[in-house]
Design a protein around this ligand. Structure first.
Ligand SMILES: [Zn+2]
Ligand SMILES: [Zn+2]
Length: 345
C-alpha cells in the first residue's frame, strides 16, 4: 500500500509499505478520504523537528473509510462499514476521563502524532489500523468527504459554543482559515448573531461573505479600528482567535468590550506580551478551547438532518499520491484553498 510518510519539516515521502494487520481490539480501515489539517501543515512548516510529530510518522487525523478487517475480539462492527474516528486516544481512567473530559486526558495519545510519547500513524495512507473503541460509524446520508470534516467541525462547534452570550451578540473571528470559517458557519446557524471576520487573504474573506459573515475585514487594514467602528466604539461581546499571527492577543483585548470574552482555539506556539491590567479593570475573560468530547456525533447529526451545509468548505480533492505537492501548495503565502481532501480510490 501507499503511505505518505513525514520525515520532518518539508520532508514528506510516498512509500510502499505492507498492509498492517489489526491487533486485538483494533480494526483495519481502508481510508477513502483524509483532510489536511492546519496542525499537519504546522508540522510540515516547523523550523525544526518537534516531539509532537517525531518522524517517521504518517500524519492525518481527519478521515473516513471502510472497515477492511477486524482484529481479535472486535464486536459491534462489520466489514465494509463506513467509519471515522475520534483521534483523541484517551485512557478512560484518569481524573479527566472519569469526568467525561477526554480532550484533557493526562495519558492521551493522538492519531497522526507522537503526543503522549508513542507514535500513532495516521490516515495519510491507503490502510491504517486503529483501536475499535475510537471508531464512529458514519450515519446514513453522510459521505466519505463529509466524514473527513467531522473532526475539525467538532473543534469549531465547541469553539463557537464556548463563551456564547446568546442571541444578539456580536462576535469577531480572527482568521478565516478552515476553523474560522467553520466557527462562522456554526455562529450563523445558531441564530441571531452579528459576526465579523478578518484574514489576510481576499479569497478567504470572499468565502466568509458567502458563508454569511456580516463584515469581512482585511488583515492588512486596522482590524481593531474597523471592529470598534462597527460597534459604536464599544467593541464586540466575544472575540474568537482562530489564527496564530503575532499580536492577535493584544488586538483581541483591544477589540473586545468590557465584560466580554476572548476564546482561543488556534494553537499558537509563540509567546505574547500584553498588558494584564485591562483584563481586571475591564473584566475580560480569556477561555481556551481545545478539541471536543462527543461533538463529532452532534455535527454528524446536523449534516444528516441537513441542518449544516459543509460542501462550500472543501476546495478540492486530490489523490494521496499528490500529498507532497498539496502540502507545498497549502503552505504557500497566497494559497486560496480552504480545505483540501486527499482521496484513495
Ligand atoms: Zn485537525
Ligand atoms: Zn484519561
Amino acid at each position: 500500500m501507499k503511505s505518505l510518510v513525514y520525515y520532518g519539516p518539508q520532508d514528506l515521502r510516498l512509500e510502499e509499505r505492507p498492509i498492517p494487520t489489526p491487533k486485538k481490539g483494533e480494526v483495519l480501515v481502508k481510508v477513502h478520504a483524509v483532510s489536511v489539517c492546519g496542525s499537519d501543515l504546522g508540522a510540515y512548516r516547523l523550523p525544526e523537528v518537534s516531539d509532537r510529530w517525531a518522524p517517521p510518522l504518517v500524519l492525518g487525523h481527519e478521515f473516513s473509510g471502510e472497515i477492511a478487517a477486524l482484529g481479535e475480539g472486535v464486536e459491534n462492527f462489520k466489514l465494509g462499514q463506513a467509519v471515522t474516528a475520534n483521534p483523541i486516544l484517551y485512557c478512560g481512567e484518569c481524573f479527566y476521563c472519569k469526568r467525561g473530559l477526554i480532550n484533557l486526558c493526562t495519558n492521551r495519545q493522538s492519531l497522526g502524532t507522537t503526543i503522549g510519547g508513542a507514535g500513532q500513524d495516521g490516515a495519510m495512507q491507503e490502510y491504517m489500523t486503529i483501536r475499535a473503541s475510537a471508531l464512529i460509524p458514519l450515519m446514513k446520508g453522510v459521505s466519505y468527504i463529509q466524514g473527513a470534516l467531522l473532526e475539525p467541525l467538532a473543534v469549531s462547534l465547541v469553539a463557537a459554543r464556548n463563551g456564547d452570550f446568546g442571541d444578539g451578540e456580536r462576535v469577531a473571528i480572527i482568521g478565516a482559515g478552515p476553523i474560522g470559517l467553520m466557527i462562522l458557519s456554526f455562529l450563523k446557524a445558531a441564530g441571531n448573531k452579528e459576526v465579523y471576520i478578518s484574514d489576510l487573504l481576499p479569497s478567504r474573506l470572499q468565502k466568509a461573505i458567502q458563508l454569511g459573515a456580516d463584515e469581512a475585514i482585511s488583515g492588512h487594514d486596522d482590524v481593531v479600528k474597523a471592529v470598534k467602528e462597527l460597534t459604536d466604539g464599544i467593541g464586540v461581546d466575544r472575540v474568537i482567535i482562530a489564527a496564530g499571527a503575532p499580536g492577535v492577543m493584544e488586538d483581541a483585548i483591544k477589540m473586545v468590550r468590557s465584560g466580554g470574552r476572548i476564546v482561543l482555539v488556534a494553537l499558537i506556539h509563540h509567546k505574547a506580551e500584553m498588558e494584564l491590567l485591562p483584563i481586571v479593570t475591564r473584566q475580560i475573560s480569556i477561555l481556551g478551547s481545545y478539541m471536543f468530547t462527543t461533538e463529532m456525533q452532534d455535527v454528524m447529526q446536523m449534516i444528516a438532518d441537513k441542518n449544516l451545509n459543509v460542501d462550500g468548505l472543501v476546495s478540492s480533492t486530490y489523490p494521496l499520491e499528490n500529498g507532497k505537492e498539496i502540502f507545498d501548495l497549502l503552505c504557500g503565502p497566497t494559497c486560496d484553498k480552504v480545505k483540501i481532501i486527499l482521496t484513495n480510490d
